[in-house]
Design a protein around this ligand. Structure first.
Ligand code: MN
Length: 471
């Protein structure tokens, strides 16, 4: 027992005397986050306050939580990556004497807990690393002198309703309770949701140069992962292992993880749009559809490649693949500022319908939706399905937006067409930065032409030579 106590005493000392070393140096800067708060404030109406909470922690199993993921809006506005926090942004300066226009209530430092669950930034760290001036511990929110009732508008997002208080009472649940009491919110008053969404949508849909740099990085390293799997994959490999190569490479390049659950599906599984089991033990001589993208410092890539496990497309696979490729090329051509958002999918659909008719798979162009049931594009950034403004048919692409272009064709077994097409599922997805008169394909590092994929598949991968003991 004494040894154990000594051990913890040792950890405690280490924790107290050393801040963390060898951290990544390319996080978003505090100036970035400050700039985003200023932009947010500019869009707020007069005499208003915005209240932005961290995401809740969620149970994985018994006393283990899922790895915490910050609310992307709070991360965007602050850079803070811990739970149990609330940020207040005021339109006008508050207080007398030393005035302030933002206050941040964060998770209190607790050396004992930090020994178990990791370092906390605390008040000092939030001031020095994230550039805030008015920072308090969460416990101080309850009695902090803010008269919410004096504001014409309180701007906040959806409030989670399924949380329980922990022992401290100063966690997210406690902060939410204090907010509701202070602001006099008795029901789930959602009147400010539209305004919160309008502001965050209009900011986040346009990427700043700093964000663009992180987007380039997350997409680039995801392409490296796709390319390595193209080389490594074979009929004997499992879906799970193919996924593992992706996730290994993401981490190898410093990504925190994936922006969404990877979809790695062979043959029939490739025809299931959000297939996430990835548990087929043998890919066999089938097509492998991989929709996998890393999350790097909060920013998600979203790249899909479809490859033949044995390195060669069959004639039927090639025909479908080429059709999806052509649809993607047609959409790329209109990727520039001013193109109405609704034109993207209309273009993809038209090419796919014509092609499916030509191949004899459908006769009525309307039936394209049987084999192409989703849409062509979404915004990309801190969320894989990122925030954007849609105000009807006039909403158009703008410079520095990032969208995906991802047509696909999925022909499950039993479809009303020649059997030779069954179990072919193809999606090609790239991440596109919109410019004034053109576009930039951020995922151009991973081959899209079937000829280029076959060429790369013929190369050997480092992973082919890895040997592990049998179990
Ligand atoms: Mn996507």
């Amino acid at each position: 027992m004494k040894q154990i106590i000594l051990f913890f005493a040792f950890l405690f000392t280490v924790n107290q005397s050393h801040s963390q070393e060898n951290l990544p140096t390319d996080y978003l800067s505090k100036e970035f986050h400050k700039g985003r708060r200023e932009a947010f404030r500019n869009l707020m109406p007069a005499n208003s306050v915005a209240v932005i909470f961290s995401y809740p922690e969620r149970v994985f199993s018994n006393d283990m939580n899922y790895k915490f993921h910050q609310n992307p809006d709070l991360y965007y506005l602050s850079g803070y990556k811990e739970p149990d926090a609330v940020l207040l942004i005021f339109k006008e300066n508050q207080g007398t004497g030393e005035t302030y226009n933002e206050v941040f209530f964060i998770r209190e430092r607790d050396p004992k807990k930090e020994t178990w669950t990791g370092r906390r930034l605390g008040i000092e760290g939030t001031k020095s690393q994230l550039g805030f001036t008015a920072v308090y511990n969460g416990r101080d929110f309850k009695d902090f002198p803010i008269n919410f009732k004096k504001f014409d508008k309180i701007i906040y997002d959806k409030i989670p309703t399924d949380l329980n208080a922990n022992q401290t009472g100063f966690d997210l649940f406690g902060l939410l309770q204090s907010f509701k009491t202070k602001a006099g919110i008795t029901t789930n008053d959602n009147t400010s949701l539209d305004l919160f969404a309008d502001i965050t949508n209009s900011l986040r849909e346009i990427k700043t140069p700093e964000e663009m740099e992180l987007m380039r990085k997350t997409v680039k390293l995801s392409c490296i992962a796709h390319n390595e799997v193209m080389k490594a994959v074979g009929p004997q490999m499992s879906e799970n292992e193919a996924e593992g190569i992706h996730t290994y490479i993401h981490k190898r390049y410093g990504a925190e993880g994936e922006g969404y659950n990877p979809i790695v599906g062979a043959g029939a599984n490739g025809c299931i749009l959000h297939y996430e089991e990835n548990n087929s033990t043998k890919i066999d001589n089938q097509l492998l559809l991989m929709d996998v993208g890393s999350e790097y410092h909060g920013y998600s890539a979203d790249v899909t490649r479809t490859i033949p496990a044995n390195g060669k497309f069959t004639e039927e696979q090639k025909a479908i693949y080429q059709l999806v490729y052509d649809a993607q090329e047609a959409v790329f051509k209109i990727c520039k500022e001013g193109t109405p958002l609704i034109d993207l999918n209309a273009t993809a659909k038209e090419v796919l319908a014509k092609g499916l008719i030509k191949l004899g798979i459908i006769t009525d162009p309307k039936d394209v939706k049987l084999y192409y049931p989703h849409s062509c594009s979404h915004f990309l950034g801190l969320d894989v399905h990122d925030k954007f403004t849609f105000k009807g048919p006039q909403s158009a692409l703008k410079e520095n937006m990032i969208i995906t272009v991802e047509p696909g064709i999925y022909i499950p077994a039993g479809s009303k067409c020649d059997k030779k097409w069954w179990n072919i599922g193809v999606r090609i997805e790239d991440d596109i930065a919109i410019k004034k008169d053109t576009y930039e394909n951020l995922s151009a590092d991973s081959p899209r032409k079937w000829q280029d994929i076959e060429k790369l598949a013929a190369e050997k991968s480092t992973f082919n030579d890895m040997k592990f003991p049998k179990i």
